[in-house]
Write a protein that binds this ligand. Structure first.
Ligand SMILES: [Zn+2]
Length: 301
């Protein structure tokens, strides 16, 4: 026992030293670990914040880009609605599907076009993305993204009117007070009267996220289509008969099957420059039955 005491003391001493030095090491290591820990933690929070910001902006864009319900709600003119109320059973409505329903990039986009044969009315739902249109500060002209893309193909020598080639200052048209006008005409040279127009605007600008949409329902009167010649009715008559003769007949009339073609033109209200034109109906344009109901009072002027 006595012989073991000094050794034990010595051992205790070294153990204490070890403990002490170990403690110092631990403190240093802790500090190191602490710094690492906080850097790691901060990075983690930054990472989460970036992910959250990305998600919030994606959601924001989705919410902001959501269409105003007006653009898909057939409204029609007062007289067309009166015709519907007088005889709801005899009032037909067709959903029309124009083949080219938007300009490239979607600066102009047709939505839920309808045709009511009884009052002879055609109504176009239209969304205009004003933030996609450009305005030239030097010549005061409006452009769609695809028109500017076209201008890039020419240099100043080839096309003196090319704002891109001339290095003109192009700004977002949403920041200007410029407007557009519409015209509906046919391949025989007739122009049709605008009988109703309802609009709504969504204008939000957060700097990075700027959105200005204009939603319209524009109706035109005096359009009487030969629905019996429409592709839908022609196809069903072919399949009903099923004989070669009928198919040949259908094929023979194919060249002039499209009949009178109807167009919508969108142009700059100030300079009359054409911005977009598309065929809104011919016999080859698909149509589909649709139910009409009187729209929300809010949309009735
Ligand atoms: Zn210009």
């Amino acid at each position: 026992m006595s012989s073991g005491t000094p050794r034990g003391k010595k051992k205790r001493k070294t153990m204490e030293d070890e403990l002490l030095s170990g403690e110092n090491d631990n403190i240093a290591a802790d500090r190191k670990r602490g710094a690492k820990f906080y850097i790691k933690k901060t990075l983690k929070y930054i990472f989460y914040a970036v992910i959250a910001a990305a998600w919030i902006s994606v959601l924001l864009v989705i919410i902001l880009r959501r269409d105003n319900p007006l653009v898909k709600t057939p409204v029609l003119s007062d007289s067309a609605r009166a015709a519907f109320e007088a005889d709801p059973e005899g009032f037909e409505l067709y959903h029309v599907y124009p083949k080219e329903f938007m300009s490239e990039e979607g600066a102009f986009q047709l939505k839920e076009c309808v045709y009511a044969p009884v009052p002879g009315e055609y109504e176009i739902g239209l969304r205009i993305a004003w933030t996609q249109l450009r305005y030239c500060k030097d010549c005061g002209r409006l452009y769609t993204p695809d028109q500017l893309e076209q201008q890039k193909k020419y240099d100043e020598e080839d096309d003196k009117r090319s704002c891109v080639a001339s290095g003109h200052e192009l700004v977002r048209a949403s920041g200007t007070d410029r407007g557009v006008k519409f015209r509906v005409f046919d391949s025989k040279g007739n122009e049709y009267e605008n009988v109703n127009c309802v609009t709504r605007t969504k204008d939000v600008n957060f700097g990075i996220i700027a959105i200005k949409y204009e939603y319209l329902r524009i109706s035109y009167g005096g359009l009487y289509f030969e629905l019996g010649d429409n592709i839908i009715n022609r196809e069903s008559s072919v399949s009903r008969a099923g004989s070669d003769e009928t198919v040949t007949q259908g094929g023979a009339s194919e060249t002039e099957s499209s009949g009178t073609r109807y167009f919508l033109e969108i142009y700059d209200a100030e300079t009359d420059d054409r911005l977009f034109v598309t065929c809104i109906y011919d016999n080859d344009t698909a149509i589909d039955d649709e139910e009409y109901e009187i729209p929300d009072k809010d949309y009735l002027s």
